[in-house]
Design a protein around this ligand. Structure first.
Ligand SMILES: NC(=O)c1ccc[n+]([C@@H]2O[C@H](COP(=O)([O-])OP(=O)(O)OC[C@H]3O[C@@H](n4cnc5c(N)ncnc54)[C@H](O)[C@@H]3O)[C@@H](O)[C@H]2O)c1
Length: 245
């Protein structure tokens, strides 16, 4: 079942660099975007700049997520969910990381993604089915970097949740896919590793196409999968060929 145009697209983590880029791409395609984020001030200001609807929301709060979908039921509900919210900041070697730190990243990246997926699926099934989910994963889920295993295993789980929900929700006409970026030049990352810096060179040298992804390399892949009527259960790497190495 294809989604109506213009669609209503809910993007979690919408105040962040990639979330805003994805929002821009859907708005350019003529869709209406609801931008959700746990940072209420940042999401309100990003939404007003982009021409989107702001929704302060913590994806780990199941009651708040369910109530957000009931408030979005009228007039026409949400057609597309982009599970983009995630935390990238938990690092540590397998010999060092605390279980508490590991749980904190799994709680947002895995359980949070599951929580919003479940609420969206119930919302779509109640509306008669159809719709699409695009999860933002990472190629780290398939290729390890020392010190980043907590984040990377959370993204391997996101790929698995993608396949799990895709196989179950296909019967309702709901497609579920993922985009798995390699490192992306968000404003924050660009500040931390400017062009020419050793850190930037170290990452670039792993990428056959020569540099990190721009946000504008990621967003079109998300819009494509949201509308790709016969694709479900895939995790599409957008990584400049890094997985080939
Ligand atoms: N930046 C990269 O290099 C890169 C690479 C691969 C994948 N990704 C993924 O892309 C997504 C976006 O990353 P980004 O670089 O834009 O990060 P970012 O930190 O700029 O944005 C993430 C946003 O998610 C929000 N968020 C965090 N926890 C939340 C919660 N519990 N509920 C609601 N919102 C919450 C934050 O407030 C923030 O606005 C993440 O899932 C990340 O793992 C990023």
């Amino acid at each position: 079942m294809s989604s109506p145009t213009p669609r209503t697209v809910l993007i979690t983590g919408g105040a962040g660099g990639i979330g805003q880029g994805i929002a821009r791409a859907f708005i350019a395609a003529g869709d209406h975007v609801v931008l959700a984020d746990r940072d209420a001030d940042a999401v309100t200001s990003a939404a007003s700049e982009l021409g989107a609807t702001p929704l302060p929301l913590d994806i780990t709060d199941a009651a708040a997520v369910a109530s957000a979908f009931s408030s979005l039921s009228e007039p026409s509900g949400v057609d597309v969910l982009v599970n983009n919210a995630g935390i990238l900041s938990v690092h540590g070697a397998v010999t060092e990381l605390t279980p508490e730190a590991y749980r904190s990243i799994l709680d947002v990246n895995v359980v949070g993604t599951f929580t919003v997926t479940q609420a969206f699926a119930r919302h779509r099934i109640a509306a008669g089915g159809g719709g699409a989910i695009v999860n933002i994963s990472s190629i780290g889920g398939r290729q390890p970097t020392p010190g980043m295993g907590a984040y990377e295993s959370s993204k391997a789980a996101v790929d698995s949740v993608t396949r799990w929900s895709a196989i179950e929700l296909a019967a309702h006409g709901i497609r579920v896919n993922a985009v798995a970026p390699g490192p992306v030049l968000t404003p924050m990352l660009e500040m931390g590793m400017p062009e020419g810096s050793p850190a930037r060179e170290a990452w670039s040298s792993r990428i056959p196409l020569g540099d990190l992804a721009k946000i504008s390399d990621i967003a079109p892949a998300v819009v494509f999968l949201a509308g790709a009527s016969h694709i479900t259960g895939v995790s599409l790497a957008v990584d400049g060929g890094q997985l080939l190495t």
